[in-house]
Design a binder for this molecule. Sequence first.
Ligand code: SF4
Ligand code: SF4
Length: 207
Amino acid sequence: MPQAIPIIPGPQVVPSAVCFKCQVCCRFPEQDSFLRPYLTEDEIRQAVTHGIPSSSLPDHRGSQIEVVRHPTDEGFLCPAFDPITQHCHIYEVRPLDCQLYPFALMWNAQHDWVVLGWDTLCPFLLEQADGDRPLTGGAPPTTMLTLPKALMEQAQRVATYLESDNVLNALAGHPRLVTPFQPDVVVLQTLDRLTATLRSSNMRDTR
Ligand code: SF4
Ligand code: SF4
């Protein structure tokens, strides 16, 4: 039986109290959004055990979740998300894809290196970020933004975790955990071991 991917070490990046008031995560503007979480075989088994309909995960060897129409608003929701309480029904066993956010694991724009970055669409991280304002005034371009030391240290912990043997093996079996390039994500570092693993087995599947 495949091993579960271990939980990401360290504190949660964004305090839960902040997320409960935010309207970004777990919601998707399109039914086929490539940002829908991808679950591995083991994560699917745990999600179904915790009450997610197995029909929400079309391929039980690993697949992105099928979202449902928002009951009172536009767009779509993860079926594990409760829009009234703003809670995830499977929070204790939420997949790696969700644990990672607001960090992002993706291919670079040229699709030749896997990188770790942070998503400027997360209002909490954007508020924490600092950047030199252009001489012409206005907000700094997102590529110039830097995170505070504590968040950079957490990003480093996540990068080390992603390239640990256990997680590397899991990612090699599920290359779709690496998303296509996202222009809103600020790249922090390349993930050389993971890139080499996916390149050597020619596993560059994207969503
Ligand atoms: S976008 Fe950021 S603040 Fe909002 S729910 Fe997601 S992680 Fe929390
Ligand atoms: S599994 Fe939970 S954390 Fe992940 S998108 Fe669904 S509701 Fe959000």
